[in-house]
Design a protein around this ligand. Sequence first.
Ligand SMILES: Cc1cc2nc3c(=O)[nH]c(=O)nc-3n(C[C@H](O)[C@H](O)[C@H](O)COP(=O)(O)O)c2cc1C
Ligand SMILES: [Mn+2]
Length: 471
Amino acid sequence: MYKDLREFIELVDKLGALRRIEEADPRFEIGAVTEAAAGRPDGPALLFDGIKGFPRGFRIFTNATTSPQRAALALGIDPGLRPLDALKAWMEKRKTLQPRAPVVVKDAAFLQHTVRGKDVDLARFPAPIWHRHDGGPFIGSGSIVIMRDPDGGWINASIYRVQVHGRDKVTVQFDHAGRHGAIIAKKYWEQGKPCPLAIVNGEDPALFVAGFEYLPAGQSEYEFAGAIKGAPIEVHPGPLTGLPIPAHAEIVFEGHLLPVSETTLPEGPFGEFTGYYASQARPAPVMDVSAVHHRSDPILLGSPPMKPPRFHFGLPFRAATIWQNLDAAGVTDVVGAWQHVSQLMTVVALKQRYDGHAKRAALVAAAHSYMARLVVVVDEDVDPSNLNDVMWAVATRCEPSEQIDIVRNAWSSALDPRISPDDKSRGVTSHSKVIIEACRPFAWIEQFPPTSALSLTEARAIEQKWGDALK
Ligand SMILES: Cc1cc2nc3c(=O)[nH]c(=O)nc-3n(C[C@H](O)[C@H](O)[C@H](O)COP(=O)(O)O)c2cc1C
Ligand SMILES: [Mn+2]
């Protein structure tokens, strides 16, 4: 498996999935090229160098894990698997992962270059303005924010976006007060202290994946990343904060997050993963950056939110969690789960065994579908990862007057573009979800017209035998 971001990029290049882009402008252009590339069927990863206004060698890597193939690669799963098989492999692997503590190493690549105090100048790094109406440059779109819980001593390392405000100030944005980073920072502030933190811009993709996972408080994302890799994450204490920092990190900031009762700066707006802006600029906590470390020719990992179906991860990891939840709830015969429209639509495929089986699965899936208004259940012959197949099932097996339900006041968020301004100002973050049973009605399942289409297994066999001739 790859050792760090650089080795991951080499692997991507070997798969033929890397494009090198020269002389792009960090103001809108890098974001635009990233979005255009992610929208292509072959959607390559991009390595920007010779960035306009910056010395050669200061690079930005985008679309790291946006394809199913590269998402699998990041997880240590065979990138040759079909997307649904790869997701299933991840679901199975995830069940058995054992937390793996990081190890402290003597040397750290990120200490190759260091500046402190007055010499800190964040303008040395290319921080893109990703979308046209963003409130400023965001160096952290896929960066991890590292903090130590003052009570338990455990390390949280999750992804929160980071906007640059001048030479030595950045803001960190928590979507809500329940984020571990927000909870930890508040503990320091309540003791009248600023919260020590480090930000890693350019991390191991396993850490990028771990940063996205919902882990319980007390479990470090480092341990989860180590479990994914089957090897501990190597860390080295930050010279300023003592926080354990991944030794192979590319660009590291160290400093303190100031109490919001004293200091905030207007943060955003920033284009969201729904494809919209969710709010105007709002006050956010400020980090005083007291030290900056970086490797020679550093690589920033950029992962801007983009209009769906483009998403940070080409495999819908949250669908794997839903699949696991279905298993855990005892819903049998689930053969697949997927999410489309960047998590905003959930599909479950199952072999119906009894009346009510499909609805049971749908309700469990709906309960765990963050921000998704659409929840669809299909039969086992439909590939949930193929939106055309799913819509075929919807259009031919679902009688709307009998097989559609609406669940109200369900789980969404302030990022939801369809919650009215009035409701939002009253703190509403819920919406309704439609459950579409695109399954053959159980009562007369045996009489349902047989399909003329190839079964999934037949289609695969044909692909094996005749695929080359059809290319
Ligand atoms: C690319 C990317 C950007 C993200 N940006 C933010 C963000 O700005 N603020 C936030 O609260 N969550 C953001 N998230 C989601 C959190 O990282 C994710 O929910 C994580 O599990 C939260 O970890 P925690 O439980 O340790 O707080 C982002 C996720 C990804 C993949
Ligand atoms: Mn966490």
